[in-house]
Design a protein around this ligand. Structure first.
Ligand code: PDD
Length: 275
């Protein structure tokens, strides 16, 4: 395990964040989670693109050039000596006397590299349980911001009630999971919420859409409601650490064990990094 704060590599448990750090006091910052397979960061450029988009939305000036950022990430990975890692990147507005409006300070970059936690393969075979919960988040969910309380609360509600993920419903529409995107399969076609401000534009989501089209499935980025989800033939979530993960139960509703399309996509996705 290794970490990086401001301009140097540090121990992951070192006390390095000053009390007036904007990330600490306001959640004024953004982040990314990147998976590393066999020593190779997967879809790194896509994650850096999204990080830049999040930064722009908050008028955060990146503390380093993209090249420097990439160098720090790769150096951290090397120092960690972890082959299957999860990289966490964070940029906060910086350190300044507490005030709401943006102070004139330099943004702070931090990083952790830890062993990735693999999803239990029996879960991937059997499918997970999800619960539905109201989407109480703000209206700019495409920004990967540090303000994750609604997500944290929803996930806690899911885990403490024996589920694996919470799925958000906003005004009757299924948006996404607390830390994942969601797809439904109906009559051979894939449905997922369009990439609006209402969801995080998942890197895995985009990759899975691309793969699905490549192998001949139609993908519809359309809004759908709770009833449509419950009547889906198959359903799954996507995310950097979860990859493609089938859903077996939505609340009390049990979906079929036959999941030809999800199983195909699980395999196609894993083929991208396994070889
Ligand atoms: N979460 N939706 C939300 C709300 C998320 O937090 C995430 C990722 C996703 C999936 O995005 P991607 O495919 O780019 O990982 C969708 C990360 C992994 C996290 O917070 O740990």
């Amino acid at each position: 395990e290794i970490a990086f704060y401001m301009d140097q590599f540090v121990g992951i448990n070192d006390k390095v964040v000053p009390i007036q750090e904007r990330g600490h006091q306001f959640g004024d910052g953004i982040y990314e989670v990147i998976r590393v397979y066999g020593g190779q960061p997967f879809l790194l450029e896509e994650h850096l693109d999204r990080l830049e988009k999040s930064a722009e939305a908050l008028s955060l000036v990146m503390p380093y050039s993209r090249e420097k950022l990439r160098d720090i990430i790769l150096e951290g990975l090397k120092r960690s000596e972890i082959k299957d890692a999860e990289i966490y990147l964070q940029i906060t507005r910086g350190i300044g006397a507490r005030q709401h409006h943006y102070p004139e300070v330099s943004a702070v970059f931090s990083l952790t590299v830890r062993q990735a936690k693999n999803i239990d393969e029996t879960k991937r075979m059997e499918g997970i349980k999800v619960m539905l919960t109201e989407d109480i988040r703000w209206s700019l969910c495409y920004i990967k911001s540090l303000n994750l309380l609604p997500n944290v609360m929803a996930k806690q509600e899911a885990i403490s009630s024996g589920n694996d993920e919470a799925v958000f419903i906003k005004n009757g529409i299924v948006t996404e999971g607390s830390s994942s995107n969601l797809f439904v399969v109906k009559d051979g076609e894939l449905y997922t919420h369009p990439a609006t401000n209402g969801i995080l534009h998942g890197i895995t989501r985009a990759k899975v859409m691309e793969l699905a089209k490549k192998v001949g499935f139609n993908v519809r980025e359309e809004q759908f409601d709770e009833e449509f989800l419950l009547n889906g033939d198959e359903a799954f979530i996507t995310g950097t650490s979860t990859e493609v993960l089938p859903i077996r139960f939505i609340g009390d509703k049990e979906l079929s064990k036959e999941r030809p399309i999800v199983d195909r996509l699980v395999g196609e996705y894993q083929r991208l990094y396994k070889n």
